[in-house]
Design a protein. Structure first.
Length: 254
């Protein structure tokens, strides 16, 4: 399948590393002009800005002000927006502490970064997206449907992202805007630094012990390829869907 995004403008949040950076690469590689939004840039993102049609935008899109700033820069530079990828996210700071050990502040933090980032970036972007229609892809998590008490607040926040996405899909379908989620399982991003072994054999053994049928962790580019498909016209009849990409892990709860 040849996917072309020629003439499209995309905005990716949390774009400096991991799945966000991979999404910037694959969208730009398919021909889109990409606004890569991040609180702090990275060397790889800066290089992309020099060698491809990528505009690094330094803003905290998890805040209302940052999201509005990013969209304003996109409107000024490109005059339109066709694709929004909401990728900002973080896991519980005290993993495994247990529900009773988490104060309100930690719940607020998880909801701010994981849920409200989607709310604010989407709210800022919709006036542009609804002009001629477009696509929103929200990065949720398989933990939205496979709760993990080790990361209880993160799991709850991502479940809210998945539910919000389905509601948005219903409300804005008449405006030509499709909204879907991708739900990655364990993926080799910075979230796994210090947790996953460095050796491939050891990592694969860990993946098998986790119950991942394919016996390995996902790579960021594999998740970004799914994002590309859902953002493209090839998925023109898909909205309100949640695509799990976890190597067969979620099946363990059925």
């Amino acid at each position: 399948m040849n996917i072309s995004l020629d003439g499209k403008v995309a905005m990716v949040t949390g774009a400096s590393r991991g799945i966000g950076l991979a999404a910037v690469k694959v969208l730009a590689g398919a021909g889109a002009k990409v606004a890569a939004v991040a609180r702090q840039s990275s060397e790889e993102l800066e290089q992309l800005g020099k060698t491809s049609d990528v505009l690094p935008v330094i803003a905290n899109a998890a805040t209302a002000e940052g999201a509005e700033q990013a969209v304003s820069e996109i409107a000024a530079r490109f005059g339109k927006l066709d694709i929004l990828v909401n990728n900002i996210g973080a896991t519980d700071t005290r993993k495994g502490a247990g529900f009773l050990a988490l104060p309100d502040e930690e719940w607020y933090d998880m909801l701010e970064v994981n849920l409200m980032s989607v709310v604010r970036a989407t709210r800022a972007a919709l006036p542009l997206l609804t002009v001629k229609g477009g696509a929103i892809v929200n990065v949720s998590s398989m933990n939205a449907i496979m709760p993990n008490p080790f990361i209880v607040a993160y799991s709850a926040a991502k479940a809210a992202v998945t539910n919000l996405s389905k509601n948005l899909a219903g409300e804005f379908a008449s405006k030509g805007v499709r909204v879907n989620t991708v739900a990655p399982g364990p993926t080799l991003t910075a979230m796994w630094d210090g947790r996953a072994p460095e050796g491939e054999k050891e990592r694969n053994e860990m993946a098998k012990n986790y119950g991942i049928s394919l016996g390995r962790f996902a790579e960021p580019h594999e998740v970004s390829n799914l994002i590309l498909f859902l953002a493209s016209d090839q998925a023109a009849m898909i909205t309100g869907a949640d695509y799990i990409i976890d190597g067969g892990l979620v099946k363990t709860i059925h």
